[in-house]
Design a protein around this ligand. Sequence first.
Ligand SMILES: NC(=O)c1ccc[n+]([C@@H]2O[C@H](COP(=O)([O-])OP(=O)(O)OC[C@H]3O[C@@H](n4cnc5c(N)ncnc54)[C@H](O)[C@@H]3O)[C@@H](O)[C@H]2O)c1
Length: 350
Amino acid sequence: MTAKLNVVPFVSVDRMMTLVHHIGIERFLMDLADRLEDDFRRWESFDKTPRVASHSLEGVIELMPTSDGNHYGFKYVNGHPGNTRDGLQTVTAFGLLADVATGYPILLSEMTILTALRTAAMSAVAAKYLAPRGASCMALIGNGAQSEFQAMAFKALLGIRELRLFDIDPAATRKCAANLARHGFRTTICKSSMEAVEGAQIITTVTADKQYATILSDNMVGAGVHINAVGGDCPGKTEVQREVLLRSDIFVEYPPQTRIEGDIQQLPADHPVNELWRVIAGIEPGRRDGRQITLFDSVGFAIEDFSALCYVHERILETGNFDELDLIADPDDPRDLFGMLMRSPAAVAA
Ligand SMILES: NC(=O)c1ccc[n+]([C@@H]2O[C@H](COP(=O)([O-])OP(=O)(O)OC[C@H]3O[C@@H](n4cnc5c(N)ncnc54)[C@H](O)[C@@H]3O)[C@@H](O)[C@H]2O)c1
């Protein structure tokens, strides 16, 4: 199916949920992971810039643009850790994909659900290269909106079946355990982060707090563990104690952005980090030995949203699972925009 140039395919929340269920959530996560790896392998063909962030006391609103020369994409996303107190989500998002040759948009999509899927798929891709071989148990600290997506991606890509859950809000943990109950996990509800990391080969931190928090302290991290640090993604918002960072081999998406936003904001600007794309492209090694502590300092980068938008675009054109949005004015004579406005039924009616 193709769409007219002036009518932009729109994927609403409802359409996104239909698409995910049509494909199947684990298949969707695996497909997205493949797409992310393909795009990370051609990292050098993308325009890259740290995202444009507008900070306030309550949170942050960000724009995340990139282009590969054929398509241009951007995401609007917010992060407001206090929102859940008022019944609102911490993270919401939408995004757009455009054709570089004409500049016309070709997709407008909800990205609140898509961001959770792409973040989880990205975490699992990183863990594929960095986690200890045969890892079966993951601590999941922070049991909010992102948490189940992380669990599902680690199951789909790494076969993780055992989860140790902790959140400072027991209601969040109960929700997470209940949501995952039908998906083939053995879950243990823990009373502290310390208890959650016991016996886990992978530690995922996905908490939300607009402050320097210490979710993982030095005494909690033993040799050989992989840390998937997702919630430290803004200036002044971190999860991992500095001493843990100093003992870890750190892997990042785009260093100029991560040095501002990631847990490594606690380290000097020249502290060595590894770029994940180089590992995925086979230029540099991921995990080297069983005692190494690896840490993916995830902040979320525009190329990941681009990959997700391209994937969704392909799949909706195959399935027709979109609405048509009258977004682009379409005068018969492209230079007669004014004439189109003045001849419109609204002008006649007024
Ligand atoms: N890296 C990325 O690409 C990316 C993408 C999306 C979201 N995020 C970040 O992930 C985090 C989680 O997002 P969400 O949508 O799940 O938020 P959320 O508000 O739905 O859930 C966060 C959970 O963390 C818990 N929490 C807060 N402090 C804690 C602590 N000290 N110990 C244990 N639990 C604690 C809260 O009780 C809450 O249940 C946010 O910080 C968000 O900015 C990162």
